[in-house]
Write a protein that binds this ligand. Sequence first.
Ligand SMILES: Cc1cc2nc3c(=O)[nH]c(=O)nc-3n(C[C@H](O)[C@H](O)[C@H](O)COP(=O)(O)OP(=O)(O)OC[C@H]3O[C@@H](n4cnc5c(N)ncnc54)[C@H](O)[C@@H]3O)c2cc1C
Length: 393
Amino acid sequence: MESNHVLVVGGGAAGWSAADALVRSDWPGPVTIADPQSPMNRTLVNTGVLTGLLTPGQIARQAPAGTELVRDEVDAIEHDGAVRFRSGNLVRPAAVLVASGSAPRPYADQAGADGASTSERLTHLHSIEDAQRVRTLLPASGGSVVILGAGLIGSETASLLAEAGVDVTLVSRSPVPLRRELGPVMASALLHRHDAHVRTRLGHPVRNITAGSGSAVIELEDGERLEAHVALVAHGTVARRPALPGSREGSIAVDGRLRTGLRHVYAAGGVAAVRTGGVSVRVDHWEDAAAQGAHAARSMIHDVLGGPDPGEYRFTASYSSRIHGSTLTAWGATFPGSRWTQPIDGTAVAVSTHGRRATAVVGLDAAGTVRTIAAEIMAARQNDDGVADGAPG
Ligand SMILES: Cc1cc2nc3c(=O)[nH]c(=O)nc-3n(C[C@H](O)[C@H](O)[C@H](O)COP(=O)(O)OP(=O)(O)OC[C@H]3O[C@@H](n4cnc5c(N)ncnc54)[C@H](O)[C@@H]3O)c2cc1C
């Protein structure tokens, strides 16, 4: 084992931030990021590359200063902490962070369809290559896209494409998409925005898709047939990960300090399900992944070097999305079985409460109010706990 060598698996939001935090904290050993691809800002795949505003080079990120980037994929982490690479290499770092992110949920998983003949016209929107493929398949005049799934990425992409003159149809099995993530009031408000700007088929399961060389044909359960240049599958994500002893599929379960249970092996970001308040929560958003990465670095410093205990991870990151001219702002995380309330009559703001505690706040065109309520929630928690959220120690 190389003394104090840390291996970070994946150079995305979580891995990059962890490696950067370790170097900035004067970690006394080499910090290596392993990733078969170049680190990049994935949030710009649709807003930047799909729209043509940015080139792939412009959304790439350099590895943090003071770290080494190895272009290799990690296949497995063994019982003794040894890390096995696709190339056949085997290393034994002092600590490992798994930050391998997520992959798009496969189409057949959720649509309940008979299965689709795959072609390039039936695609996800997760990688730079996906965005470039969609651009190539759409004619200069705009063309048409059917988006399957009206979650955050489906909604944002529907808005971006409609603005660019593409004929968009948004299809979802759920009649009120994002109800769990945003609460019923905000989800309905978003739905009205979609209705005003794109063709919607919400509450319409897909029966079948045939994607050929010239078009994709989507058949809905009610018999309606939608034909488009491209069918985009946006059914959310699932963890993408190397094998770990005792946990070979799905998200990697971690405790509040992002420990996997294997000695000095941690997980953060879209690959991790964090145990907090008696439940496991997986969040796949950029800022939250970066915050988890930094927290995992602090846990490593505590466990390996005897640094201060960072405490339990708290979901206090935010995200925003521009959809049909409105800005959706959200802070925190929603937990299974949460209740939604509207704290201020007449404003498009909702708060999610789990047990006694408010855990998330969302708003449409209400970024300032969301920030104020989030600050109030954090202050109330600090009073309850005597510990500042997100602060180490
Ligand atoms: C189109 C799109 C738009 C989005 N927009 C937003 C947005 O507006 N706001 C927001 O908050 N979030 C957004 N997200 C989600 C956000 O990008 C993710 O939540 C975030 O990137 C997760 O960070 P991560 O570090 O967990 O994973 P990633 O950033 O995906 O990084 C994971 C890295 O691990 C590498 N990797 C995978 N497996 C291995 C392995 N076995 N060995 C080595 N390396 C491996 C991958 O190549 C990748 O580079 C968007 C996602 C997409 C797809």
